[in-house]
Design a protein. Sequence first.
Length: 272
Amino acid sequence: MSTPPRLLPLLFLVIVIVAIKLLFEGGDMWAYGKQLTEGVIGPSLPNGGWSITVELHFYLILPLLLFFCRSSPALLLVILALAILGRAYLYHRDGSVQWFAYWTIIGRIDQFLFGILAFQYRRRVVGQHRCVAVAMIGFLLFYWHFDRMGGMLQMGTYPSPAALWIILPTIEALAYSLLIAYYDNTFKPTNGLISGFVARVGQCSYSIYLLHFFFVFWMARFVNERIMDISYFYAALPWAAISFLMFVPLAWLSYTFVEKPFLRIRVPYLRE
């Protein structure tokens, strides 16, 4: 009962805002309603709501994953292997697996599995500065090469025919879980100026995620057309940082008045 109060109020508000916008634009409300219904199964909820669908699917299978984990954490690696084999089968069948790997639990389950494993073995990465640094540098170089090859949208066609998408979710999951487990158990930052600000941004990160779709493309177009060309990475990055900082206050208002009132009815994840 912790997840619905955290996710659903803002998602409902976003769904209503998109519906009002669509209504004023003369859009097809029937098609929008169908899109929302399909969002329970597939990645069709507006404003990045596909990730909430994936999270819902994860919570449906979480009791089974926890059962396996309590029996032996190594069983989660068996599930991981089955997920990779499943993506390999879909690639063999369809000639592409990017859609499943990126948008659905079929690909994202790797992150949940490695997250659970990272928690189970978190003490093994405490203070492993050199090991984690090498792993993260390798991951950044890999992603630099991935971007050079076309990245998300331009590696051949979209969905991409690249077989890399069979294991890309696994590579991402391993890197993210390692970094989070290392940082969370190695460092104890004080609630100072920088750490305090980052923590506040983390609190309203869900609002940033769901609401930024209403503004990000308009902001990029405004800067590109009225201020300077930002069609290449090194010009776009500073403006992305500025736009992000400008957006944080709005996200904080959303967190305070939309999310926070419902957080009081959450049930704790852990009990004494």
